[in-house]
Design a protein around this ligand. Structure first.
Ligand SMILES: *Cc1c(COP(=O)(O)O)cnc(C)c1O
Length: 392
């Protein structure tokens, strides 16, 4: 017996969102700062490509904002993840723990290293990797030796774990760090969605040895396409720069490369956009949090559904806002998606879980009951910063 009432849900959305003829998209970028000025400077001076002053400036701004010692700007978040995994020593035939509830990039990056994704479950409190369930699982299948942790079932090394801060909500990092240390597994944070999100006062991406950010068009700030590696390890930071700039050894005129590197450097014109965007990041986050507060109020009394709010240890950027249907009402999900999109309020379900995709169907995995349960009940609703800027 459920009290779910679709009209009440639609009314709550309408109460928060602006009225008008234009459809309200899930997440649109906002270019109301120095974007034109900085990009024009690139065009006027001819510095559009792989050299120029904005890349260094963007990297410094990122390091300042996140509190990380070093930031290295790259072409996109997937490339950042790929290099992060290389930097912590993921090799062919290794297994890498990734949540099944994530965007495809996390899993693809593992595959680019010729490593094997090993899917782990999510906790409902954070929508991210569940440290307690992981600890129990590793107690069963993990065999810690001098060379690292080995999977007793497959014989392969479990080299790294890549928690992801889902929709901007930080995972329980302290507990994950403990589990990873106990089992000698490298921690890499996929912080692609969590620029502007803080865990116990510290910016996300500071607990992994290296972490990845994304500045894709739908992220909190955008460079058109772009990403970054952040780290507090100076040596790894240097190596990240080296690897993502074709591993070229500096020399007056000779082209000497000391290993197979990548052409992953972020072009200056994209970095120019990024510098202007980062100047506005605190305002974007303020607006996004204001929008989330309004949603929370509007949905407080709506039966059968709940607006997801940040875990108590976190200050989240609320990158994409989340509604969770009660378990009893999960059958209403598709009708709700239809009704909202027809009204011009763009909504969408969670990503299809990674272990259900054909190319990853045979990968090792633990019990994924929570991720499967969340997948049926989760809906993303409009989240652009500009929606929170309206008359507060
Ligand atoms: C956006 C995103 C990335 C990176 O994507 P790019 O489009 O390559 O910048 C990585 N992981 C997650 C979870 C993401 O949402």
């Amino acid at each position: 017996m459920s009290d779910f009432d679709q009209t009440a849900v639609l009314d709550a959305l309408k109460a928060v969102l602006p009225r008008g003829d234009k459809p309200i998209v899930l997440h649109e970028p906002s270019f109301s700062g120095n974007e034109w000025t900085y990009v024009k400077e690139c065009l006027d001076t001819g510095w559009v490509s792989s050299a120029g002053r904005f890349v260094d400036r963007f990297e410094r701004q990122l390091a300042d904002y996140t509190g990380a010692k070093r930031a290295v700007a790259v072409v996109n978040g997937t490339a950042a993840l790929h290099v992060c995994l290389k930097l912590v020593g993921v090799e062919q035939g290794d297994e890498v723990l990734v949540p099944s509830l994530t965007f495809i990039a996390t899993t693809n990056a593992v595959t680019y290293c010729n490593a094997i994704p090993h899917f782990v479950d999510t906790e409902e409190k954070t929508l991210g990797l569940d440290p307690a369930k992981l600890a129990d699982y590793l107690a069963e299948i993990g065999d810690v030796r001098a060379e690292g942790c080995f999977n007793k079932l497959t014989g392969r090394r479990i080299k790294a774990a890549v928690p992801m801060h889902t929709f901007g909500h930080p995972v329980d990092l302290d507990r994950l760090v403990d589990v990873c240390q106990q089992y000698r597994i490298e921690l890499v944070e996929d912080a692609a969605e969590s620029l502007g999100s803080f865990y116990k006062g510290q910016h996300t991406g500071n607990r992994g040895r290296v972490s990845a950010l994304s500045f894709n068009g739908n992220k909190v700030v955008t460079t058109g396409g772009g990403g970054a590696i952040i780290t507090n390890d100076e040596e790894l930071g240097k190596l990240a720069k080296h690897l993502t700039t074709t591993a070229r050894v500096s020399h007056k005129w000779s082209f000497i490369h000391d290993q197979v590197g990548f052409n992953y450097r972020l072009p200056n014109i994209n970095a120019a956009l990024g510098c202007a965007q980062l100047e506005q990041l605190p305002a974007f986050i303020g607006n996004k949090r204001a929008l989330a507060r309004r949603y929370a109020e509007a949905f407080a009394e709506v039966a059968g559904i709940r607006f997801f709010t940040e875990p108590d240890f976190a200050k989240s950027n609320y990158w994409l806002n989340v509604l969770l249907l009660d378990e009893a009402d999960s059958a209403q999900r598709d009708a709700l998606l239809d009704a909202t999109n027809q009204l011009g309020i763009m909504t969408r379900p969670a990503w299809t879980l990674m272990h259900k995709l054909p190319m990853f169907a045979d990968c090792p995995r633990m019990d994924l009951a929570v991720a499967e349960n969340l997948e049926c009940r989760l809906i993303n609703i409009p989240s652009s910063a500009v929606l929170g800027a309206r008359s507060a």
